[in-house]
Ligand binder design. Sequence first.
Ligand SMILES: Cc1ncc(COP(=O)(O)O)c(C=O)c1O
Length: 451
Amino acid sequence: MRDLPHFARLSLCRFGIQRRYVALQPVLQLFWGGKVDYLQGFAMSTNRIKASSQLANVRYEIRGPLARRAAELEKAGHEIIKLNIGNPGAFGFRAPETMRQAMIENLRESDAYCHQKGIFPAREAVVMQQQNRGVMNTTAEDVFMGNGVSELILFSLRALLNVGDEVLVPSPDYPLWTAATHLNDGKAVHYPCRRELNWLPDLDAMAKLITPRTRAMVIISPNNPTGAVYPREVLQAMVDLAEKHELVIFTDEIYDQITYEGAEYTPVATLVKHTLCGTFSGLSKVYRSCGFRVGWLSFSGEKDQAREYMLGLDTIMSLRLCSNVVGQWAVQTALGGYQSIYDLTKPGGRLFQTRATVLDGVKRSRYLHVLPPRGAIYAFPGVDLDKLPNFDDEKFAIDLLERKHVLVAPGSSFNVPYRNHFRITLLPDEKTMADVFERMEDLLDEYAAVA
Ligand SMILES: Cc1ncc(COP(=O)(O)O)c(C=O)c1O
């Protein structure tokens, strides 16, 4: 099927030709010879096994059709520059060697399932990191290790939500938060983080979105996709709002130590007293270990009111027995001592320099604008609609992929109502990024010529 010309595949799917396949067989045989056997299998398959209707609102475009098309192009021999995912290992970044050593040393201790919350040394290391940051009421009992933050996002919402419960999620968002809310029977209510406000939340708009069904507020700082790092006063105002309405705070701080040019990261847990605060972080980004699949969720704040919820979460964690044990052995080593990420984010460091190349590329462009990312590993540029009034982010992403062999994530994948932004990761080297900006400008020039 994959080997068929694109239009043939499309028409087969779109017009339900599978069922009529038998009649078409001689024609197909004439044109595509051996491929017809494969088609036959396809024709036999009906749509009998449906996906859950829970998936109707679930989207994760970052790994969706565009990424699949990129894979097809690669198979056809094209080299694609993939800027759609923040996966450091795919760009030559390595986890610190001592973390690898810690896993090797403890491999013999890793055969068995561990406790559903994770191994004690890893949980205790998270407790100590929180204490060093001024969060004093978290114990190892309040820490849950997971197969990445992703798994913990799914489980923490599963344990909380009833049908129709609402969760305040930023827009733009990291789309897993929206998807996980819908998957778990809830409704994601997006609070706007506006470009005019340096991508910070519009607090007035946010307050108006709270209803009796609102159960939780999601905060992502440093932010994916915008790179915003929320100042302490903004976070305090969000915390005040959550406390006033007794909302659980879920703060996704997976980029906690990735900031640029002195931007100050504030751990939200240090501000929360009167409601439950769940802080998420992990090894994937700061420690360049996405593939280890290690994340954690630590609770602080008003825990006494949340015993039932935390027990519910514990039950869900025990259903999946435990998370990857080997990777957890790297946590203590990772969190203690010198933090090598700062070598990458300071002037001269790889992330800093590529970020500078992005800012330079945008400055040179006749069409683009961007707010310099203050943290995380992405930039979220926009296109000037005065210059290109018909610009559409999804069409741009497709054209850029097909014609210039660069893969970006369209802004509309991040649950925003506008269609003139896109996200790129800062992970490639400077030279590659400069090349990307030339290719993008070529395409935008082509658009301008026919506008
Ligand atoms: C904001 C945010 N949260 C969570 C994740 C997922 O992290 P993990 O690899 O720990 O599942 C990502 C990954 O890009 C992210 O950007």
